[in-house]
Write a protein that binds this ligand. Structure first.
Ligand code: ASP
Length: 443
């Protein structure tokens, strides 16, 4: 029998109705043996996630304020779910324990983790699955990094002892026994860790959308869905701002080649997006488009440096990067010409540093010209179908030129998996629409 590790996000567990959908999904496939739960998320647009309520509660406790009334709101979220499911289950002792721990100086991460803990307890009870507390199986090192080796070794043997189980996402334990969480959205990571430890055939990540779209629906109305994406493509796309999955959740499963399937709890028949380590030729032929997706971000700056005969000066770039490093500036891209180099950075990296940086660069490399320009937007056009295919870059530029937009820079990765186009921020949306339409609408 196959083994599937399945993770349900906050909106999939936001109320009793959503818990019922999760029940049906899990029970409809007996290979869905290990379930990772998030804390209840928003039930509607103006609602508050339980995790945010817990952070607020922690702040109140830390400020010495009474938390009873506020905690009642959190408790109500869980009790409503229990009542809505008709479960004979009572978490009163747990609530009291959490409150008293918060009053006695428990950490912020402990507070936040209780959303996943309680949610997973209810789900385990409802499904009739075992409950495995993440604080016994997910370990962090003293420096706060995730202890992969120790975790996999332990979790593997623990899972072997449970035919079916629910595990809370988002948190684990430090060597000193305190609870620590991953960054926000971190239940995705727990899901991947469990998939890996269970040696799962697939990691299903159930959320409230049917996978990835080819581009941002706020910019292009109803973009097509991505059916298959490789880990590498996904990394490029999410680095440039495409959301849905926590970035770090790819690493645990990527190395062992477990595919991730993004699925929609509200539309379980939809097959969603498959994230795979590589796709075979049949898939490639079957994929309809040369490009897999387009993502982009605003707020970049360019440091333009020109110097006659720069290309012949040994150590020129090293000195430039040394200065950037000394000023704590992280570099994103470095398109260059014979006697010019442009260093592209997030504008926020330069806040309060522009003058000092320009001055230090002047002193270090004595350029003929140096200027910092803000207001750059970057668009990444990503696709395994572009590799080795002539004419892709020209199609991108034709599309952008056809929309009367000036390309301020371009950069193509050596792997040919992506082309980055830089335009003025004010042209960002139109450029993205033009590229999408050139590759999708006009096919
Ligand atoms: N509940 C946590 C958050 O809101 C973790 C998660 O849902 O993945 O970030």
């Amino acid at each position: 029998m196959q083994v599937k590790a399945v993770k349900f996000g906050g909106t999939s567990l936001s109320d009793a109705g959503q818990f019922r959908k999760v029940y049906d999904i899990v029970k409809s496939d007996e290979s869905r043996r290990y379930v990772v739960a998030s804390a209840p998320g928003k039930r509607h647009g103006s609602d508050t996630k339980v995790t945010d309520m817990l952070y607020a509660c922690y702040d109140m406790a830390a400020a010495g304020l009474p938390i009873d009334a506020f905690f009642d709101g959190i408790r109500a979220r869980f009790d409503d779910i229990i009542a809505g499911l008709g479960l004979d289950y009572n978490l009163d002792d747990e609530y009291e324990y959490i409150k008293s721990t918060l009053r006695h100086g428990a950490g912020r991460d402990y507070a936040a983790s209780r959303g996943e803990y309680l949610s997973a307890k209810i789900l385990a009870r409802y499904l009739g699955y075992d409950f495995i507390d993440a604080c016994h199986v997910v370990f962090f090192r003293d420096d706060g990094s995730f202890d992969d080796e120790y975790t996999y070794r332990n979790l593997e043997s623990v899972l072997r002892g449970h035919e079916r189980a629910v595990i809370p996402g988002f948190y684990g334990v430090m060597p000193n026994g305190t609870i620590k969480t991953f960054s926000r959205g971190g239940s995705d990571i727990t899901g991947a860790i469990v998939a890996r430890a269970a040696n799962a055939d697939i990691y299903e990540n159930w959320t409230d959308v049917s996978g990835f779209l080819m581009t941002d629906p706020r910019i292009v109305p109803s973009p097509l869905q991505i059916k298959t994406v490789t880990y590498r493509e996904l990394r490029e796309l999410s680095y440039m701002g495409a959301g849905v999955l926590h970035e770090d959740s790819v690493f645990p499963v990527r190395t062992v080649g477990i595919p991730i399937n993004i699925r929609n709890t509200n539309d379980p028949e939809e097959r969603g997006t498959m994230i795979v380590s590589s796709v075979n030729c049949a898939d490639l032929v079957g994929s309809d488009h040369v490009i897999t997706g387009i993502a982009g971000k605003k707020s970049f700056s360019v440091i333009r440096i020109e110097k006659d005969r720069m290309a012949y000066q040994r150590g020129f770039l090293r000195r430039v990067f040394e200065i950037l490093d000394l000023n704590g500036v992280n570099v994103e891209h470095i398109p260059s010409g014979i006697d010019t180099v442009s260093v592209i950075v997030h504008s926020s990296e330069l806040t309060g540093k522009k003058e000092l940086l320009t001055e230090s660069l002047r002193r270090a490399v004595n350029p003929d010209y140096i200027e910092i320009q803000d207001g750059l937007a970057l668009i990444a056009v990503v696709g395994r179908g572009m590799v080795g295919k002539p004419g892709v870059a020209s199609r991108i530029f034709d599309a952008v030129a056809g929309a009367h937009i000036n390309v301020r820079m371009m950069d193509q990765g050596l792997g040919e998996l992506n082309v980055i186009v830089g335009v003025d921020e004010s042209d960002f949306e139109s450029a993205l629409r033009a590229i999408y339409s050139a590759f999708v609408d006009k096919q």
